[in-house]
Design a protein around this ligand. Structure first.
Ligand code: IPE
Ligand code: IPE
Ligand code: MG
Length: 255
């Protein structure tokens, strides 16, 4: 097992012992914007879909890595509400990937005690994609290890609008007074109501934006960017992101 180097010079390692020091300041929830599949393929003279396939294989590697580092939740942005704008052939291919992924890896994920969840509008996915995902969720519902949270047909603005609509209905029906609305009122209605906000958000491929991902939830998330294209994002680089996170000082507006 790899050990994390502590950023502190106060010999916490001596006080805690090696195995516990490895756990100091590890992000509980890591979210990844898995970007750069198309460019990965283009660089090799391959069709874009070849990049998506390679990207899918990398999901398995990074899930294993997350398990290794005792991460509690790994959220992977797989398809945004805006990605429907892409050529239909590419969208069709991407929509088949969860089916393939789960056919290949579900037994292994079950073995590794991974629990599969999703955020996004699953109901609007092609029927077979939805079925594969529902089955994977059901089969892993009792697993207590890493939560693999797949953001598919996910858009943060849509998510917030839905929540606002629900709140308005509750106000209209007299269940709430406008004055009663707090941050939790909205949070309780987001897809992520049952999980903590991400501690660390990684985006691959050199783009420095959020692309409609977890806009509410990432208010105090630490951001980490790399030029590496998603299919090439390795265990070592994942570890580097976690090590960098361990050195960050989160202040949440305080001093
Ligand atoms: C990310 O890779 C995967 C999805 C958005 C589905 P891209 O397909 O966006 O790859 P680039 O950005 O074109 O290289
Ligand atoms: C964000 O990547 C969505 C996913 C990785 C699923 P995009 O490639 O869609 O983002 P933009 O268009 O470059 O902002
Ligand atoms: Mg992209």
């Amino acid at each position: 097992m790899r050990l994390f180097k502590l950023p502190f010079k106060n010999n916490k390692e001596d006080i805690l012992g090696e195995s516990e020091s490895r756990l100091v300041n590890i992000p509980k929830h890591i979210a990844i914007i898995m970007d750069g599949n198309g460019r990965w393929a283009k660089k090799r003279g391959l069709p874009r879909v070849a990049g998506h396939r390679e990207g899918m294989d990398n999901v398995k590697r990074i899930v294993k890595a997350a398990n290794h580092f005792n991460i509690e939740v790994l959220t992977l942005y797989a398809f945004s509400t805006e990605n429907w704008k892409r050529p239909s052939k590419e969208v069709e291919y991407i929509m088949k990937l969860p089916i393939d992924f789960l056919q290949h890896y579900l037994p292994e994920l079950v073995e590794e005690n991974v629990r599969i969840q999703t955020i996004g509008e699953i109901d609007n996915l092609p029927k077979n994609t939805k079925l594969a995902i529902m089955r994977a969720k059901e089969e892993t519902v009792n697993n207590s290890g890493l939560i693999l949270n797949i953001a598919i047909n996910y858009g943060s603005r849509f998510e917030m609008i839905q929540s606002v609509k629900e709140i308005c209905q509750d106000v209209q029906s007299g269940k709430y007074q406008i004055e009663d609305i707090t941050e939790s009122t909205l949070e309780e209605r987001l897809y992520t109501s049952h999980i903590d906000d991400p501690d660390l958000l990684i985006r691959t491929s050199g783009e420095l934006r959020l692309s409609n991902f977890m806009l509410w939830q990432a208010a105090y998330t630490e951001l980490w960017f790399t030029d590496t294209l998603w299919p090439d994002f390795s265990f070592e680089e994942f570890e580097k992101a976690i090590n960098d996170f361990q050195k960050r000082k989160r202040r949440y507006g305080g001093i």
